[in-house]
Design a protein around this ligand. Structure first.
Ligand SMILES: [Zn+2]
Length: 66
């Protein structure tokens, strides 16, 4: 088993209908994938996320075993 990180978009407030989730080896990669997803699926610019948003999203990243 390898330790990994995952993020499910539906865990985010207001995104309950979104089926997307990402899993990666590092938190850094998760942030990249989250940003990529937000841009493609939700038309958001991750560079506009303020510290509060980043802190909140950070709490949604889970440690998992794959
Ligand atoms: Zn989403």
């Amino acid at each position: 088993m390898t330790k990994a990180y995952s993020y499910a978009c539906r865990d985010c407030e207001g995104m309950e209908a979104c089926p997307a989730s990402v899993t990666a080896e590092t938190r850094d990669e998760i942030w990249q994938l989250m940003g990529h997803h937000a841009r493609i699926a939700h038309g958001e610019n991750p560079e506009d996320w303020d510290q509060e948003t980043r802190d909140y999203l950070g709490t949604l990243i889970r440690e998992t075993d794959v």
